[in-house]
Design a protein around this ligand. Structure first.
Ligand code: TYD
Length: 134
């Protein structure tokens, strides 16, 4: 998978409530190395303006809503996440920002790599240079 993709997750519905899940290789295109979550984001804040050289991610709005804005070096695309059974797959080398967090939103982020600051590109011009040279 080389394009950003919304992946629909299974939904098991019964009168006790709903259950969704993901696993590798069933729903996820990569093996999980790390999970983190972002919460209590003050209104108007923007998170995660960076790209990853190698890391792939999968993002779910477990609660509430927010937008993930992706840029491929040439154009941007906005994905509004507001369902706990929709996940956004993000390949390596996409600039990504997260914004418009609703009150009490909870962003779950799954990664195929352990945390490594050296994998981040935090400068947009540097990102475009590297991306467009590929
Ligand atoms: P950062 O990735 O910049 O957050 P965001 O993408 O939401 O803007 O990370 C913020 C801080 O948290 C930074 O100092 C690194 C630290 N951090 C870890 O220690 N481990 C992790 O898995 C993550 C994602 C961040």
């Amino acid at each position: 998978m080389t394009e950003p993709t919304i992946i629909n997750l299974p939904k098991i519905l019964d009168r006790r409530g709903n259950l969704s899940f993901f696993e590798y290789p069933g729903q996820l295109p990569f093996e999980i190395a790390r999970t983190y979550w972002i919460y209590d984001v003050p209104g108007g804040e923007i998170r995660g303006s960076h790209a990853f050289k190698e890391q792939q991610e999968f993002i779910i709005a477990l609660s509430g809503s927010f937008d993930v804005v992706l840029h491929d070096g040439k154009k941007g695309e906005r994905f509004s996440l507001n369902r706990s059974y929709h996940g956004l797959y993000i390949p390596r080398m996409y600039w990504r920002s997260m914004e418009n967090f609703s009150t009490n939103s909870l962003a779950l982020i799954i990664s195929d790599k352990q945390y490594d600051e050296n994998d981040y590109i935090r400068n947009f011009e540097e990102f475009k240079k590297q991306k467009n040279n590929v």
